[in-house]
Design a binder for this molecule. Structure first.
Ligand SMILES: Cc1ncc(COP(=O)(O)OP(=O)(O)O)c(N)n1
Ligand code: TZP
Ligand code: MG
Length: 221
């Protein structure tokens, strides 16, 4: 039986994030094809210019959660803790500008997955003491999927967090593709989180499958 953190490390291998604005196909078809390619975790992130709001966003979230439930993929909600509670989602992901992780942990209880974005060692240490299950660290590379992304940091922060002895599960994020995934894993990430490398791929299932293979084989020397 895997420990909680070993289980989270497995889930982080290929963490797909998506909302309606990121998709070339319908969101449901995009997610179905990504699931067929082997994604290990899904985050509903309905954000950015043209994003749905209100009932339309809730309806889409329910539809995507249904697909995840059918296929055994945990369903994480970005930012909106109320939506996560309403849907009984498997967890949430929050950043430094969102509701503090310690309060979210108290609100959701021990069983839900809580992920936190960290850009510095101090933010990472705070997230650990707040009860985060994993850290999202990036942007590792330039991204066009987040308008207000922080400065590109390469793999340096991931390396620094590991050097400092932090053992919390880490997922690298930002501009990650099959061609640049290896240094992210070698820096100490347990997996990768992607939007465009899957949602915008000409062949989504094959792209996800290839990314997962790269993650799994990148750790080997
Ligand atoms: C896995 C993962 N890592 C980082 C982020 C970014 O979160 P945040 O900094 O709160 O930015 P938004 O995604 O809310 O725009 C993430 N969503 N997922
Ligand atoms: C949500 C988020 N947080 C940091 S970068 C990013 C966007 C990642 O998208 P892509 O994989 O298309 O670069
Ligand atoms: Mg956020």
């Amino acid at each position: 039986m895997l420990s909680r953190s070993e289980h989270i490390r497995e889930l982080l291998k290929l963490y797909f994030i998506m909302g309606s604005v990121n998709c070339r196909l319908s969101p449901a078809d995009t997610l179905l094809q990504a699931v067929n390619g082997g994604i290990t975790l899904f985050q509903f992130r309905e954000k950015g210019p043209g994003a749905l709001s209100g009932a339309a966003a809730v309806d889409l979230a329910r539809q995507l959660q249904g697909i995840c439930r059918q296929r055994g993929i945990p369903f994480i909600v970005n930012d909106d803790i109320g939506l996560a509670e309403m849907l009984d989602a498997d967890g949430v992901h929050v950043g430094q500008e969102d509701e503090p992780a310690a309060a979210i942990r108290r609100r959701l209880g021990a069983d839900k997955i809580v992920g936190v974005s960290a850009h510095t060692l101090e933010e990472a240490q705070q997230a650990v003491s707040d009860g985060a299950d994993y850290l999202g660290v990036g942007p590792v590379y330039p991204t066009s999927s987040k308008e207000d992304a922080r400065a590109v940091q390469g793999t340096q922060v991931i390396e620094q967090l590991r050097r400092s002895g932090l053992s919390i599960p880490i997922v690298g994020i930002g501009g990650i593709t099959a061609d640049n995934v290896t240094p992210v894993i070698r820096a100490g990430a347990d997996g990768i989180s992607v939007i465009s490398a899957v949602a915008q791929a000409p062949e989504i299932t094959g792209a996800a499958r290839h990314l997962l293979h790269k993650v799994i084989t990148s750790g080997r020397t």
